[in-house]
Each structure stands twice: as structure tokens, then as C-alpha cells.
Design a protein around this ligand. Sequence first.
Ligand SMILES: [Ca+2]
Ligand SMILES: [Ca+2]
Ligand SMILES: [Ca+2]
Ligand SMILES: [Ca+2]
Length: 242
Amino acid sequence: MALGSLMTPVSAETTSVHYTPEPVVIDGKVTEQAWSKAQWHALDHHIVGDVPTPEDFSGRYKLLWDEDQMYLLLEVIDDVLRDSHPDPRVQYWDDDCVEIFVDEDASGGKHQFNHNAFAYHIALDGNVADIGDTENDNRGVILLNDHVDSAWQRAETKPYAMTWEVAFRLYPDTYTTASPGEPVVLSENKEVGFMLAYCDADEGDTREHFMGSHEIEPVNGDKNLGYIDASVFGRIKLVKSQ
Ligand SMILES: [Ca+2]
Ligand SMILES: [Ca+2]
Ligand SMILES: [Ca+2]
Ligand SMILES: [Ca+2]
């Protein structure tokens, strides 16, 4: 389509994220006034598997920030909730999970076996898994539960929407499990690499759908690149004005 060539690639756009003066309480309840001022963004870009029907999976999200951390509100419709690999280090991407990709300094580049960026897989039970680095973790799966707080609730009536509330701290690329250091203090106009996705795994041993927030240019037909390369993430900017 001719119009497409005139449009800016999604990955080149910067999304403004608004500040919240009041900390968000991570309880899965959207009672904070700051959420009503934040914009919804779609979680509708196909990455892996079949494209789901809206009843099978659909999602949208909002973001906020304060000096200490980022906040994510994610509304998901998922017909079957399932965690069939109870060990949080085993096939965690093949259970229902939220995946937050974050690159603190928006550097882009490879991050699979280092901490240039993180791919936090948040399981239904709250465990947060990512792949560790070569030197300290021998490229094994590590749990980073102290980086992320999450809580979700599911509506009691159709379509039984889940509301996830998440707070996550931004660690610099100097982070290691041996020497974690402190998360960075966030400030106005900071730019961060960010992408969000959901693994939907209703049956069988592997996920059926992997849907994300940003369009990914396939390499050899493969769009599942976020866990390897932070250059496919989107970019957000922390702002204070409304
Ligand atoms: Ca709340
Ligand atoms: Ca589903
Ligand atoms: Ca980085
Ligand atoms: Ca599911």
C-alpha cells in the first residue's frame, strides 16, 4: 500500500509517558486517578503462532512513571489462564505470562546474555524470569523478582478481563547478579527502550500466541527478536506536562 511508505516506522516513534505524583498501589485495582489520565496503547502486533481471536486473547496497556519506577496497567482478555510449567525456570515463555522488555538507556543492541536490556517474563504466580549473563550466570535462567512487583485481578463477568498492575525498576547495563547495584532514579525527558508482549498458552506444551506492542521487522521470517536484540523495542519518553 502506497500510504505505508509515507508513514514513520512504529519503532521510530517515541511515546510520551506521564508522571504520577502519587505512588501507584500494586493491587490490580485501578483506583488511582493517574491511570485515568494515561493513554491506552494496543497490544495487537503478532510475533509468534496464530493470530488469536479477540476472545482468545486481546490486550491494551497504559504506562506511568515516578522517580523510583515505571508503572504498567495491562488489561487482558484471555479465555484460559494456565501455568503448566510450575518450575519458574522451565519453559516460562510457554505459560501465560506478561513480558516486559526494557532498555534503561535506550541503547538498543544485543542483550540475550548480558544486561544491556531486560526481558522480564512475569508468570501468573508473580515469578519474574530472564536469561542471565555469561560470566556470572552461565547463561542460565535467573529470577529477578526484586525488579518487578505485580498483581492481577480477573473480572467476575464476561469477558472476564484481567487487570494487571505492575511496577518495575530500571536497572542500568552495569547490573549483574553478583553486583546488582541500585536502579536508576528516573527524571523528566529520559528516554527508555520499551516493548510489551503477552504469551498466551491455553493448552498443550507450548504457547499458541505471542502478541506484542510494537511492529517488528522480520529477519528470515522471524519476528521473535525482542529477547535477543533491544534494537527492535519501541522508545518511550518520560514527561511531566499533561
Ligand atoms: Ca492500584
Ligand atoms: Ca487464550
Ligand atoms: Ca542498554
Ligand atoms: Ca491463556
